[in-house]
Design a protein around this ligand. Structure first.
Ligand code: ZN
Length: 223
């Protein structure tokens, strides 16, 4: 596939030639246009595809087709390209697999209903639930918080337990369970089908052994 004089966002008159029978990685500085480059190829492919369809059909299939903002582009020998999108993984230490996927929120709601409390009580990102010494981070100055021993919660919240796998579990115990274990407990923890699907996808990527509490910024292979 040949791309000539691509102008889009930060990309200025880029010429490129890509083989279409290999897996390619695109590397570059943050903001250099990696996503724009891929997205533009996807958008161009979509435009060519819809030009073959009646208007009523492509409007239904691609309601956002008019959002493209690239220009002066000439692409040759182009196969059908699908751009699947991207979402950034937060580097915030408060973002874990559990919070990022929304699974932990459902677990908090389940516990809150059981004890007739507000779900915020079971959040380590809320003053109602967090350990006041580390404010729910579980660490202070990069060492395990001595007060909560890395559990992130205050002692009052740790008093509430539910029976799982034949022993009582606090919210921090649940947070330490693996994705695989959490999925096996989906019914008891009232995890919705949509979230079970996300957990199953994580397991299909062979990382189901990771804990729900795993910080998102450390999931990448380079860490
Ligand atoms: Zn603490």
């Amino acid at each position: 596939m040949k791309i000539n004089r691509l102008i889009a966002n930060n990309i200025n008159h880029l010429d490129s030639s890509l083989p279409d029978d290999q897996s390619l990685g695109i590397a570059g500085l943050s903001g250099s246009g990696k996503t724009t480059f891929c997205q533009t190829i996807g958008e161009e492919s979509k435009k060519r595809l819809v030009s073959l369809l009646p208007k009523s059909e492509y409007q239904y299939l691609f309601p956002n087709i008019m959002e493209t903002n690239f220009s002066a582009i000439k692409m040759e020998e182009m196969p059908l390209v699908l751009f699947l999108g991207k979402s950034s993984i937060s580097a915030n230490p408060r973002s874990t697999i559990g919070t990022h996927t929304g699974v932990f929120k459902e677990i908090r709601v389940c516990l809150a209903e059981k004890f007739n409390l507000s779900p915020e009580v079971f959040s380590f990102n809320n003053a109602l639930g967090w350990c006041p010494a580390c404010k729910g981070r579980g660490t202070t100055k990069n060492v395990e918080c001595p007060k909560c021993e890395g559990k992130r919660y205050n002692p009052e919240v740790e008093q509430y337990t539910i029976e799982l796998l034949d022993r009582p579990h606090t919210i921090s115990d649940i947070n330490n369970l693996s994705i695989e274990t959490i999925l096996s407990l989906a019914e008891t923890l009232h995890i919705s089908e949509a979230k079970q699907h996300i957990l199953q996808n994580i397991i299909n990527m062979n990382i189901g052994y990771l804990g729900l509490n795993r910080i998102m910024g450390t999931v990448s292979g380079e860490n």
